[in-house]
Design a protein. Structure first.
Length: 287
């Protein structure tokens, strides 16, 4: 009995240490927040769709692998690819990184989930939106609460949007009620964990990491794809792709810090002792 307790204690200690991180301000935080968000979002999605739950679980697993493996590689002194270009370059050279696995795996999972969704329409477009949204959420996870705020607002809006049964929208596109309801369920599955995680995140006790950010972003992106018409989905994808491309050259943190209204939203609820503002705009690598 004592031996079993000792094994369990050592295992718990090992997991806690494995998930421990130092944030941008040098404070100790834990990626357990991201793992909890992954678990909660997948569990809530399973209430309406097992396919969505499995897809979100797979996306979260790819993110968690990147969260855990990359720091180990750094500690060993192994080369670590950063950013979209870095992972693509590694793949071209025949080296599969955990980021490269996400780059390949998340879009495939998102397209498969879109094809299995109720009344699937242009699965490639819907999958691209979900995958791009997952990446952008991850790119925003650089300051406490930032990614969660960016996810929670559209998730709440999509969850609150009423379902219109067999009506034509403003563009004349037929609305499928079952598809709309599945999108609303996905949005709700992202909104609740995001809101619950926000206090822990802004107090710098935990962080989403790739696992939490990718899952929330994918869920909101998939929800939007099921609730919006084709023109709106094309516009959304264009915006997400533009943000991804811009992130290779421009620091989101610097842009936010130099834009007063964005800066106020970004700092809301955060600890007041913020470090010095970012200097010249510099690229931020995708996690």
């Amino acid at each position: 009995m004592r031996a079993s307790r000792a094994i369990a204690r050592d295992l718990a200690t090992g997991i806690i240490q494995e998930l421990a991180r130092t944030n941008f301000r040098g404070r100790r935080v834990t990626l357990a927040e991201g793992a909890a968000v992954l678990t909660a979002t997948s569990a809530l999605a399973a209430r309406s769709s097992r396919a969505d739950a499995l897809a979100l679980g797979a996306i979260g697993a790819l993110g968690l692998a990147d969260d855990i493996v990359e720091p180990r590689q750094r500690r060993r002194g192994a080369p670590v690819a950063k950013g979209l270009r870095g992972h693509v370059a590694a793949l071209v050279s025949g080296r599969l990184t955990t980021g490269g696995a996400k780059l390949l795996g998340i879009p495939l999972v998102c397209v498969a989930a879109a094809a299995l969704a109720p009344a699937p329409r242009i699965a490639l477009l819907d999958g691209a939106i979900a995958a791009s949204s997952a990446n952008v959420a991850n790119l925003l996870d650089l300051r406490p609460g930032r990614a969660l705020k960016a996810v929670a607002v559209p998730a709440l809006a999509l969850a609150a949007l009423p379902v219109r049964s067999a009506e034509d929208d403003a563009r004349g596109e037929r609305v499928n009620a079952t598809r709309a309801r599945s999108g609303r369920a996905l949005a709700a599955a992202a909104a609740l964990p995001a809101l619950l995680a926000l206090p822990l995140d802004v107090r710098e006790r935990g962080m989403l990491g790739d696992s939490g950010a990718n899952v929330l972003g994918a869920a909101v992106g998939a929800a939007a794809a099921r609730r919006l018409g084709v023109p709106a989905r094309l516009a959304l994808l264009g915006g997400l792709v533009a943000l991804t491309v811009v992130s290779e050259r421009v620091s989101f943190s610097a842009v936010i810090a130099r834009t007063p209204w964005l800066d106020r939203i970004d700092r809301a609820g955060r600890r007041p002792d913020e470090p010095a503002r970012p200097g010249p705009v510099a690229p931020e690598a995708a996690a």
